[in-house]
Ligand binder design. Structure first.
Ligand SMILES: [Zn+2]
Ligand SMILES: [Zn+2]
Length: 178
């Protein structure tokens, strides 16, 4: 009897040890999960702290922070330049008024109506001007056609008569509110 009791006790102890091990593993991974969550939250607060400091002190940064602020400013400028390159490749530019992505030849933003030709460089400006003239010529053609059928073509600016896409809120040639 003592022999069987001994085995029984041994099995029971082993089983208990295994359960304890599983419990420990579960507990450890639960705690590790909590540690990760806290680290993520902390990183987020550090990020917000840095952004807040940059917002408030970028022009009056303490010498300990000046390097970071200047580096961030450099990144912002680089990103803006790269975005402009992307816009150029896509034949688009960013409206200085509302930030909408609009065709580079557009003189007035089709979303907010603000003048956008000052946003481009001289070379780009000339291209826009040339394109603008082409649009104007096209507009005159539309005008002539419109007169021929004695009806205003839908999607034409009532102010300068250039042809317009249907979805625009402002004329891309003169900025007239549609
Ligand atoms: Zn705009
Ligand atoms: Zn117009």
């Amino acid at each position: 009897m003592a022999f069987f009791e001994g085995i029984g006790k041994k099995i029971s102890q082993t089983a208990q040890g295994a359960i304890k091990g599983t419990r420990d593993l579960t507990e450890v991974s639960r705690l590790n999960g909590q540690i990760l969550d806290e680290q993520k939250a902390m990183d987020s607060f550090f990020l917000q702290l840095g952004k807040k400091y940059y917002e408030l002190h970028t022009n009056s940064a303490d010498e300990n922070f000046a390097h970071f602020c200047n580096s961030i400013t450099a990144c912002i400028e680089k990103i803006a330049a790269l975005k402009k390159e992307v816009h150029n490749i896509k034949g688009m530019k960013k409206c200085p008024g509302c930030g909408a992505e609009i065709p580079i030849a557009t003189l007035y933003c089709e979303v907010c109506g603000c003048e956008t030709k000052n946003d481009v460089t001289q070379a780009e400006g000339n291209a826009v001007q040339a394109e603008g003239n082409a649009v104007q010529a096209e507009g005159n053609a539309v005008q002539a056609e419109g007169n021929a059928v004695q009806a205003k073509t839908p999607g034409t600016c009532p102010n300068c008569n250039i042809a317009l896409p249907e979805h625009v809120s402002f004329c891309t040639g003169c900025g007239h509110k549609l």
